[in-house]
Write a new protein. Sequence first.
Length: 264
Amino acid sequence: MERGFAKELPKGDDLVQVEALLTGNWRGATSALISDRRHYWLVDSGMAHEAPLLMEALKSRGLHPEDITAVINTHFHIDHVLNNSLFPQSEVYASQESYQWCCSLYSDLRDEANWEKLTLKYYPELKEYEEAGRLMSQLRKLALRWWDAKRLGDRSRFRWLETTSLPAPIEVIFTQGHVPGHASLVVHDGGPRTLIAGDALLTRDADARVLTMIPHNREQSLADRARLLALAGRILPGHGEEFVAREAAAANDAQPTSLPPEKP
């Protein structure tokens, strides 16, 4: 599935609206827009090479970078954060735990001699995954090519979710199986709730293959997925098309028997 834009915000009243600006796929993360027509919150800014797509998605809605009230990052993996710096006037809301954990990981991945050993600090279950070494080698190459802390935005504009609340329509749920400090968002928009899952719920299909890191904690990751599906409602997953989770279906789909190894 190619990256693309969802249709424009519907016209009407000032209820909070949520839409996918860029729809996630096996190698690219979902970027979402939350709006009440006076304020605009961008959730996850994507990879650096996706900047033209993101700018075009905003332009098609009559928006410019200076119109974005704030950027919210579900976590700091490279496919979610590398266009933050395109919004220098916006505050950046994210988990400090995720920021520190991911920055440390990407720093250790630059250690040519010891990176494989060092990654076990972050992914202690790594050896339990089939072909995990090959996957991590691929992801390391991506990190070496793309990771640039300057693209995360001005640190003086960071606001940590551990100590700072988001505006009333947006509720934070910490879903830490994917990475420590990972944050999913529930948006209360006057109708059925909308969930922006980040990588706590990669796709509708639990067995989908996505080019992303393995979970930091597999058991917690499965519990996070079950928890989010159990909320029911509209869901924007981290790497797939949006869907609606009904309560009955969510109960059936919440937990696969095991989490499969991630493959490109």
